[in-house]
Design a protein around this ligand. Structure first.
Ligand SMILES: [Fe+2]
Ligand SMILES: [Fe+2]
Length: 238
C-alpha cells in the first residue's frame, strides 16, 4: 500500500494532497462535484488505467514518506514509523518555519498585512502541534504499543484507548482548519511577483508542511487509531 488506495474517494485524495487536483484535471476528471466516488469507479467510467493514475497521484504527492509501505506494519510498528518520520520532521521543521514566518511578517507585513496573520496562525498551530505530539508520544502511542503486546483495556488509567483517540481527532480537525486558513491567506502558497527569497522559501516550506501533515493525519486517523480501538475491543471480548 502507498498513500492512496483505489477505493479512496477523489475527495479524500484531494484532502490528503490538494496538489493532486492537477492530475485529475489532466485526466479530465470532475473532482469538484464528482468527488464522492472512488478512484476505481471514476477510472472505470472514463476507461482510464487505474494503476497508472494511482502512480501519477503518488508521484504528485511528492512527499518522501508517501511511498513507504506501512500496510504490513504492526500497531507498534506503525506508531514507531509515525514517530520517527512525521513527528521527527515536525520537531525539526516547526522552529525553522516559525522563524521564517516571523521574519517575513516583520519585513513585509507593512506592505502585505495578511503576512502578520500567517505568522499569528502558524505560531498558534506550531504550539498546538508540539503539545499534540507530546500527548501522542507520552500517552496514546504507549497505550497502542501495550495493546499490540496484548494488554487488557483495563490496564489503562484513562479507561479506553478511544478516549485519547477522540481528543487527538478533535485536535486533528483543529489543525486541518488552521492549515486551510494558512492556504487561504497565502493564495495557495503562491508567491507574489515581488516576493523575496525568504518569502518564497517560507511558502514552499509551508506547502511541504501541509502535505506532510495531511499524510501524517491520514495515517493516524485512517490506519492507526481505528486499528487500536478495534484491537482493544477484540481483547475485551476475549
Ligand atoms: Fe502524530
Ligand atoms: Fe496526531
Amino acid at each position: 500500500m502507498s498513500t492512496f488506495q483505489v477505493t479512496d474517494t477523489i475527495a479524500r485524495i484531494l484532502k490528503v494532497c490538494p496538489e493532486t487536483s492537477r492530475v485529475f484535471e489532466k485526466a479530465g476528471m470532475d473532482y469538484c462535484c464528482g468527488g464522492g466516488v472512488s478512484l476505481e469507479a471514476a477510472c472505470k467510467e472514463r476507461r482510464l488505467d487505474t494503476a497508472a493514475l494511482l502512480t501519477e497521484l503518488e508521484a504528485c504527492a511528492g512527499i518522501e514518506h508517501a511511498s513507504e509501505d506501512v500496510s504490513t506494519l504492526s500497531l507498534a510498528g506503525l506508531a514507531d514509523h509515525i514517530e520517527s518520520t512525521h513527528h521527527a520532521y515536525l520537531r525539526a521543521e516547526l522552529p525553522r518555519l516559525l522563524a521564517m514566518t516571523e521574519k517575513v511578517a516583520m519585513v513585509h507585513g507593512g506592505k502585505e498585512s495578511r503576512l502578520l496573520r500567517v505568522h499569528d496562525t502558524f505560531t498558534l498551530l506550531a504550539r498546538e502541534l508540539s503539545e499534540h505530539l507530546d500527548k501522542e508520544e507520552q500517552i496514546l502511542f504507549p497505550m497502542v504499543r501495550q495493546l499490540d503486546g496484548g494488554a487488557e483495556a483495563s490496564a489503562f488509567h484513562c479507561g479506553s484507548v478511544a478516549n485519547p483517540v477522540a481528543q487527538m481527532e478533535r485536535e486533528h480537525d483543529e489543525a486541518e482548519s488552521s492549515i486551510s486558513e494558512l492556504r487561504a491567506l497565502t493564495d495557495g502558497y503562491v508567491p507574489p511577483k515581488w516576493a523575496c527569497g525568504t518569502y518564497r522559501a517560507m511558502l514552499s516550506g509551508l506547502a511541504r508542511f501541509e502535505g506532510d501533515l495531511l499524510i501524517h493525519i491520514y495515517k493516524e486517523s485512517t490506519l492507526l487509531f481505528p486499528r487500536a480501538v478495534f484491537r482493544e475491543q477484540a481483547l475485551s471480548a476475549r
